[in-house]
Design a protein around this ligand. Sequence first.
Ligand SMILES: *Cc1c(COP(=O)(O)O)cnc(C)c1O
Length: 478
Amino acid sequence: MGFGFKYFSLTLQVNRLYTHKPIDDMETKKFLLSEKDIPTQWYNIAADMINKPAVPLHPGTRKPLTAEDLSPIFAEELCRQELNFTDRFIEIPEEVRDVYRNYRPTPLVRAYGLEKALDTPAHIYFKNESVSPVGSHKLNSAIAQAYYCKQQGITNITTETGAGQWGAAMSYAARFFGLELAVYMVKISYEQKPYRRSIMQSYGATVVASPSMSTRAGKNIITRNPNYQGSLGTAISEAIELATSTENCRYVLGSVLNHVSLHQTIIGQEAKKQMEMAGEYPDVVIACFGGGSNFSGIAFPFMSDSINMGKKTRFVAAEPASCPKLTRGRMLYDFGDEAGYTPLLKMYTLGHNFSPAHIHAGGLRYHGAGTIVSQLMEDKMMEAIDIKQLESFEAALLFAKAEGIIPAPESSHAIAATIREAQKCKEEGVQKTLLFNLSGHGLIDMTAYDSYLAGDLKNFVLSQEEIDNNLSEIIKMQ
Ligand SMILES: *Cc1c(COP(=O)(O)O)cnc(C)c1O
């Protein structure tokens, strides 16, 4: 009943928006750059950090890993980027920029509709990464990773995917550079999101539901729990196992790692130029948070100004309440995957054994936060909030009605966080400039919207006991 009433009231607010203004009288809505404005370098925040991110450790010897240690798993150049804490900028290869031109630069949009619907004094901007051919920011790193694999003479790559966004992006990139790709897709998403599977297959990738019987890691988990619906951690284990047991094959990862965050910084670099065009500078930069790549992408180029120019911008990561590593996890050495194949990463984690609830924002169901973002959290350079599933969908529908774009369930967490900030501005009567990253659209997530509109979705609450239980095993590993 409460739901119906709220839904009705949102509709009323949004109906007021459509007062026609001649275009000449309107302030600019979209800030557009040209192809030559696509950044030529990625920004490496690690070089600017006073406290460097912790280096990954070998799980057996506990010794810091070198690029050579990582190279059986990842392409060599990506290993070097992963451990590069010294070069502030890294050149983007011309071949990569050329593929970026298929969809970049992406627009920066002033969300007039949302501002009106909220009746807020805040100026709200969003960077629209949903315009990429696969509908999310993930392509920014997929293209770079496929390029470096190809350049090294690698023929086959493996990866995992949660909601299917990363798998779709990697399938596009692999096709572009002529690589064979095998994708382990989290089983629940494989079933809930069949169209993402079709997208991957359309680009020519092989897609396997994870846990599968094709790897030792998958078999072990199925034996322990035959009904297991899968998680990103498990899918990563399977993909790494296949990569390390296949000739001329490497593994690629779509989030969490430093080199992935690095590639995503083109988002923030473009957004900085576009905010300049708008004549504003954000007071708050907001992004949803799974493993941290789109957050890093929009935030780091602005955070550079906080570090080097004393700007006082706030950076807010919005994570799901059902997978709250930044707000309720601990900074510990932990594995990146369920089976414990990856190096140990020092990061905010809920434990690699954590099995998140099956929320529809599949891309946010990951237990850890990556080492750079974790160090920035420790150093209070950024903050995090958690958003419950129903609040994220309520925000998504308000945004859809106000701005005409149906957001990805992941991105809806950033929208919900932005709405909270905008409401605070209204309550306090202050005008602030808010910038959030629209990491993707939700047009392939309509089953999730169906469930929400039918009133079938619920919030998942994690007890402190569950979190403590999970973390106790990780604490023993330190
Ligand atoms: C994967 C994904 C995310 C979460 O990943 P991050 O690395 O935290 O950015 C967020 N939004 C969309 C649309 C995604 O596909």
